[in-house]
Design a protein around this ligand. Structure first.
Ligand code: PHE
Length: 347
């Protein structure tokens, strides 16, 4: 009993020695004093055992308790002296150690990057593999192989930025359909995220923006597969309650073609919010989110696939558009101004 009593007291001294340095103000130090030397403090607690000790042990125990008490007092007093000296020095230099520190600036991912990652995550989850290709393309991959011969009127749909006679900045990610099929045999299921460029600049268009292309080719792929895949994709991205509609449309490289609308996430497809016309869907209840269709046989022919043996679907969507809808961003220009007050909301 005596032995463990003495060891307990030594432990108190060691603990106090270790913790006194953490007291950074006289107030901290006072709490430490109460904790060790107060009426209900640690030393008083240890002394409780003294009452049950036999007369032969008491003198040694009492002596030790006194020594420890003196040691504790000395430790705390010396810390007090240190703190007072520091305070005097700070007062002289005007340094205030109690001021909060500066937070280091911390970066975050751009909302376009976030949307891109989210879209790719859903599509790779559905089994698509990510591929990439050059932003400076030739006319053949960007247009001709996609069923747009020179002078085809559909080339006017996309105002092209030319680098030279035959080279251009890709106007869409669809050349990746061509590059993929040229380098692989069917079946293929790929997505191609990346930057695209058009000679266009106003409130709702920027000369550079991001698209994600999708292509699936196999035996017996039908429009129903396209519809099922895109519906599953859109519901994973925007929520299970999202309604989807396919509207007939035209693209030279798909036949038939469609544009996909989803029910407006701001008004829930109602067309109005609290009696006000919805500004996101302009009262229609629907917002367009991607273009798609069944790969045109002429495209298969340009890459050497047999249109009799395989079929497939392709789709392309604008990433900025998805980000605006998902994160409720009203103005496209926000993405390119790099205002940190905007960007830091996505950290
Ligand atoms: N490339 C088309 C565009 O930029 C989108 C699209 C891709 C449409 C694939 C159909 C199939 O508008």
């Amino acid at each position: 009993m005596l032995k463990s009593f003495l060891e307990g007291l030594d432990g108190l001294t060691l603990e106090c020695e270790a913790r006194r340095g953490q007291a950074c103000s006289l107030k901290d130090l006072e709490s430490l004093r109460v904790e060790f030397l107060g009426r209900k403090g640690k030393l008083a607690g240890a002394m409780g055992a003294l009452a049950q000790m036999g007369p032969e042990d008491k003198p040694a125990a009492g002596k030790k308790a006194n020594e420890v008490k003196n040691a504790l007092v000395a430790l705390l007093e010396s810390r007090q002296a240190e703190l007072e000296a520091l305070a005097a020095k700070d007062a002289l230099s005007g340094f205030d150690p109690s001021l909060p520190g500066r937070r280091p600036a911390c970066g975050s991912l751009h909302p376009v990057t976030l949307a891109m990652q989210e879209i790719c995550e859903v599509l790779t989850g559905l089994g698509f593999e990510v591929v990439s290709g050059p932003e400076v393309e030739n006319d053949w991959h960007n247009f001709e192989a996609l069923n747009m011969p020179p002078d085809h009127p559909a080339r006017d749909m996309q105002d092209t930025l030319y680098v030279s006679e035959r080279m251009l900045l890709r106007t869409h990610t669809s050349p990746l359909q061509v590059r993929t099929m040229l380098s692989r045999k069917p079946p293929v299921a790929v997505i191609a995220p990346g930057k695209v460029y058009r000679r266009d600049s106003d409130l709702t268009h920027t000369p550079m923006f991001h698209q994600i292309e999708g292509l699936l080719v196999d035996k017996n792929v039908s429009m129903a597969d396209l519809r099922g895949t895109l519906t599953a994709f859109v519901r994973q991205l925007f929520g299970a309650h999202t309604n989807v509609r396919f509207r007939p449309s035209f693209f030279p490289f798909t036949e038939p073609s469609a544009e996909v609308d989803i029910s407006c996430m701001l008004c829930g497809g109602e067309g109005h919010v609290k009696g006000e016309p919805c500004r996101v869907c302009k009262k229609t209840g629907w917002v367009e989110i991607l273009g798609c269709g069944m790969v045109d046989p002429n495209v298969f022919a340009s890459v050497g696939y047999d249109p009799e043996a395989v079929s497939g679907f392709a789709f392309g969507l604008g990433v900025e558009r998805v980000a605006m809808l998902k994160y409720g961003i009203g103005d496209l220009r926000m993405f390119f101004e790099n205002d940190v007050r905007f960007l830091e909301q996505f950290s």
